[in-house]
Design a protein around this ligand. Structure first.
Ligand code: FE2
Length: 205
């Protein structure tokens, strides 16, 4: 039931914007890797993956022209985009099955130092699942070529991610980097039913 509703929502996202759809899949995949390194399994892992798969669903209320705008956003446009965690929460909270995932999604743009949104929560107030999605989300955004900025490359990527410590959770970043190194050693295997994450093959020295 939970999975079929999630799939239906993903289908809506796919019809709305292909990039947002593939971004959700990559973020879910990376979040899962991080969680496994942190010893998160079972129901907690399932909730995390579902929240990651739907974390930006609130963007379906934002015009795609605004999401894909190549120029700098005005402050008003940025305020509109910042509404997406709250909009996602409003959608998901009404379904009992998504009760916790809705809270995780609501907090995915909160930051350790209180500089995030929508509430400016501090580290102790942010759910661990949201901290994991925040790292996965940030990393995937750095890897992606977007109309408003070019993709970062290899070493630059990891240096920038390390530079996010303080805003993003240090333990989560380290867990992610440990997984990247481990997969490099073992050889990355992407399954067809997940998604290709080719940049995880990039060198991390
Ligand atoms: Fe987001």
């Amino acid at each position: 039931m939970l999975l079929s509703i999630t799939k239906s929502y993903l289908h809506i996202i796919k019809n709305y914007d292909e990039y947002t759809y593939s971004h959700h899949k990559r973020v879910a995949y990376i979040s899962k890797l991080i969680a496994m390194n942190l010893g998160i399994y079972g129901k907690s892992l399932r909730v995390l993956v579902i929240a990651a798969l739907l974390h930006d669903i609130g963007k379906i209320w934002i015009p795609t022209q605004l999401l894909n705008k190549s120029g700098k956003l005005t402050s008003l446009e940025y305020e509109i985009i910042k509404e997406h965690p709250q909009k996602a929460y409003e959608l998901l909270k009404n379904c009992k099955l998504f009760k916790h995932a809705a809270k995780v999604v609501l907090q995915h743009h909160e930051r350790e130092d209180g500089s995030g949104y929508p509430f400016g929560l501090n580290s102790s107030q942010i759910l661990m699942e949201s901290k994991i999605i925040a790292v996965a989300d940030t990393f995937d955004a750095m890897c992606s070529h977007r109309p408003y900025r070019a993709r970062l490359h290899d070493k630059e990527l990891f240096e920038q991610l390390l530079g996010c410590k303080g805003k993003l959770n240090e333990r989560v970043i380290d867990a992610f980097l440990a997984q990247v190194q481990r997969n490099k050693v073992l050889g990355w295997q992407s399954k067809e039913d997940t998604c290709q994450v080719p940049y995880l093959r990039a060198s991390y020295e």
